[in-house]
Design a protein around this ligand. Sequence first.
Ligand SMILES: *[C@@H]1O[C@H](CO)[C@@H](O)[C@H](O)[C@H]1NC(C)=O
Ligand SMILES: *[C@@H]1O[C@H](CO)[C@@H](O)[C@H](O)[C@H]1NC(C)=O
Ligand SMILES: *[C@@H]1O[C@H](CO)[C@@H](O)[C@H](O)[C@H]1NC(C)=O
Ligand SMILES: *[C@@H]1O[C@H](CO)[C@@H](O)[C@H](O)[C@H]1NC(C)=O
Ligand SMILES: *[C@@H]1O[C@H](CO)[C@@H](O)[C@H](O)[C@H]1NC(C)=O
Ligand SMILES: *[C@@H]1O[C@H](CO)[C@@H](O)[C@H](O)[C@H]1NC(C)=O
Ligand SMILES: *[C@@H]1O[C@H](CO)[C@@H](O)[C@H](O)[C@H]1NC(C)=O
Ligand SMILES: *[C@@H]1O[C@H](CO)[C@@H](O)[C@H](O)[C@H]1NC(C)=O
Ligand SMILES: *[C@@H]1O[C@H](CO)[C@@H](O)[C@H](O)[C@H]1NC(C)=O
Ligand SMILES: *[C@@H]1O[C@H](CO)[C@@H](O)[C@H](O)[C@H]1NC(C)=O
Ligand SMILES: *[C@@H]1O[C@H](CO)[C@@H](O)[C@H](O)[C@H]1NC(C)=O
Length: 564
Amino acid sequence: MAVFWCLVTAAALFAPVVNGYKGFRTSLTLRDFKEQMEEREMKEARILSRDDDLEKLYPAHTIQMPIDHFHNDSLYEPHSNATFPLRYWFDVSHYKPGGPVIVLQGGETDGADRLPFLQKGIVAQLSQATNGLGVIFEHRYYGESHPTPDFSTENLRFLTTDQALADQAYFAQNVVFPGLEHLNLTSHNVPYIAYGGSYAGSVVAFLRKLYPDVYWGAIASSGVPEAIYDYWEYYEAARIYAPKECIEATQKLTHAVDNVLMNYTDTEYPKRIKNIFGLGNVTRNDDFANAISQGIAGLQGLNWDPAVNSTEFGYYCANISSTEALYPEIASREAEARELLAVGGYEGDDAVNLVNQLLNYIGYVDATAVKRCKARGRSQDDCFTNYNSTFYRQDDIRQEWRLWAYQYCFEWGYLQTGSGVPADQLPLISRLINIEFSSTVCREAFNITTPSQVERINKHGGVNISYPRLAHVDGEWDPWRAASPHRIGLPSRESTVSEPFILIEGGVHHWDENGLFPNETRPGLPPRPVAEAQRAEAEFVKVWVKEWRVARGEMIEDDDMRDL
Ligand SMILES: *[C@@H]1O[C@H](CO)[C@@H](O)[C@H](O)[C@H]1NC(C)=O
Ligand SMILES: *[C@@H]1O[C@H](CO)[C@@H](O)[C@H](O)[C@H]1NC(C)=O
Ligand SMILES: *[C@@H]1O[C@H](CO)[C@@H](O)[C@H](O)[C@H]1NC(C)=O
Ligand SMILES: *[C@@H]1O[C@H](CO)[C@@H](O)[C@H](O)[C@H]1NC(C)=O
Ligand SMILES: *[C@@H]1O[C@H](CO)[C@@H](O)[C@H](O)[C@H]1NC(C)=O
Ligand SMILES: *[C@@H]1O[C@H](CO)[C@@H](O)[C@H](O)[C@H]1NC(C)=O
Ligand SMILES: *[C@@H]1O[C@H](CO)[C@@H](O)[C@H](O)[C@H]1NC(C)=O
Ligand SMILES: *[C@@H]1O[C@H](CO)[C@@H](O)[C@H](O)[C@H]1NC(C)=O
Ligand SMILES: *[C@@H]1O[C@H](CO)[C@@H](O)[C@H](O)[C@H]1NC(C)=O
Ligand SMILES: *[C@@H]1O[C@H](CO)[C@@H](O)[C@H](O)[C@H]1NC(C)=O
Ligand SMILES: *[C@@H]1O[C@H](CO)[C@@H](O)[C@H](O)[C@H]1NC(C)=O
């Protein structure tokens, strides 16, 4: 099987579509946690107004799941013998006897958010190709699959990757699908194939390795099997693949601002640089540095699927790359901009384009952050600070921001810093964004004061993880590539039917997960590299299912299995 090298034009990646898609992120700050709460409220309002078609089309079911699969591990003391209802959704429209069960691990979000993949994304595609039964499996604690009455740190002790893996295995061994009670569709009788994107991609990779008799095959898409505490490499994808002008401007302006903030601490300059961004009321310099660094983080939100595409990155780059002044209303700040750039180390020839670029950066931050904060009538510290013990102490069942934060503080890490960038390289975010800043939530919310226990994760092989019938599908431009088997610098692997190894050219974060109805496709949509990855997945899963039948003595090997 070939590795797919096809082109997606850069133009196709930067057109403007705005929406709130955030996806898998770490090093979240208090500002992001508040946004999550607001999004939750909006979603609840939407459900109340009953325009939630997919949840009507695919009603949720539950399976009684043990809260604690590991009574032999003191980590979970005091243990629990109780069970909780864990949600799942399924679709039998492609199912025919002999077909596999395809289980998509929902990962660190409400499982209902994954329903589009059951309707027309990868689960629908794989089910159609194999006569399979598609399932969306909610991860414990997320959505409505709550093992505990609140999210206090003590009650979060059952929120580990090990327990989540055991859930997904237990499901395959015990599920009885409503309406299909006459069929025994457990993993004893039917091949189970797991799919996951991002964190969930690592989960299914480990699942295949730890429960090989339960899950016959697994596809890790943009999986991140290597936990890394200081994940400064998050921004390497942008540095390498984003437009050169955008990166150069970001590096130089970040450097200039850092020089002002870090070299002139006892002068008026830090205050002046905050003022020129309209953020003079942000008390702390690290909060300020964080407030102005949101644009460059937008790369991950690019998607070929119009339903989830984010324009943030394209807008940011268009602003900061422009050497023409885009905001006439702040032209009066030019002299101040020039002086601050000089203090920050950029003057004369070095500053020719940078003055306008700094002004455009200021205009961009004004439009995307300063004005929005003002419109909410909040103080700037309230909008932008990462420090508020009162906030972090909240631990009732609505505080969903605690869940993924707990997981990364406890075992996954991935704190996205500017400080970790090697000294001979200019970072894309401020060096003030360091481990201390990024781990604030760990200390304040969970009293976790030591580095994440990444060895709990990396014992499964890290980026070198490999197992028969375990596929790795990654995106060339994915910020998470450095935590995946497609990490740049690792020896390339041969892609085989048993261990498919596919890099989606120009792809970002699990781009093979989304899909369109036939009446929504157009030339170039889905992009060829995505369509080819999906086609390959359907083909190798078909072979895996045949292998299962051969192993069971239900059929003998055929040509397809040898040729692919
Ligand atoms: C997604 O956004 C990009 C850039 O913002 C744009 O060029 C592309 O047309 C969009 N794709 C779709 C399918 O809307
Ligand atoms: C608990 O048992 C499981 C097998 O059921 C084993 O894999 C694991 O290592 C054990 N954990 C401890 C802490 O002994
Ligand atoms: C769980 O069940 C076991 C065996 O029945 C029992 O020994 C143990 O005390 C129970 N634990 C809890 C926390 O109820
Ligand atoms: C399904 O079959 C297996 C053995 O083939 C059996 O162990 C299991 O209990 C059955 N499950 C159900 C729900 O009937
Ligand atoms: C900054 O703080 C001052 C003094 O409290 C207040 O008058 C001003 O409106 C604040 N500016 C912004 C943009 O919040
Ligand atoms: C600059 O960014 C703003 C805010 O996102 C956006 O509205 C505007 O279109 C961008 N300008 C350009 C030239 O892309
Ligand atoms: C800031 O301080 C660093 C470390 O002392 C030094 O390398 C750098 O040249 C300084 N930059 C400016 C613009 O003063
Ligand atoms: C801190 O968080 C609490 C709880 O969300 C909130 O009521 C308060 O306004 C916040 N204070 C500041 C200064 O942001
Ligand atoms: C935080 O943890 C430390 C050490 O584990 C413990 O001594 C301290 O009491 C804890 N603090 C809180 C507020 O729980
Ligand atoms: C993965 O393999 C590479 C080269 O084969 C090696 O340099 C690296 O240390 C390995 N990483 C881990 C986490 O084992
Ligand atoms: C496209 O196809 C889907 C699925 O068959 C259908 O539900 C939808 O109504 C169609 N949309 C249009 C605009 O025809």
